[in-house]
Design a binder for this molecule. Sequence first.
Ligand code: RB5
Length: 146
Amino acid sequence: MDKINIALCSDHAGFELKEAIKAHLAEAGYDTTDFGTDSAESCDYPDYAHPCAEAVESGRCRLGIAMCGTGNGIAMTLNKHQGVRAALCWSMDLARLAREHNDANILVLPARFIDPTVALAVVDTFLTTPFEGGRHKRRIEKIPVK
Ligand code: RB5
């Protein structure tokens, strides 16, 4: 696996899963940058999603992985950033297609609705699947609001 830097973020609902993913990525040889949260204490996901999105947008982190209870609030926040394509995925097929067709640069997981073992497999799929380009490149170039 390439040694790329992965941005991580979650709210309290995703904290435990974020920690498990961080350990999994360290074992696999990835560098990670953790934008928080740092505990299971109740917090607001935008406070962690915006810095994580900025790191991916700027290229400081090549890809990101984010999670909250449903994944929806954190995905909505991340996708406010023009350079972010955050994809909510709960299966390996969805993660593969998010990379192949959408060149998604942040994987979003629904922490309260996914088995942790499945989540790690979804992460591995997301990080190892290349973008197909071609017609999909034309489509993703039309996503940003000018
Ligand atoms: C927190 O209770 C929950 O609302 C949050 O994790 C997320 O699911 C919001 O979209």
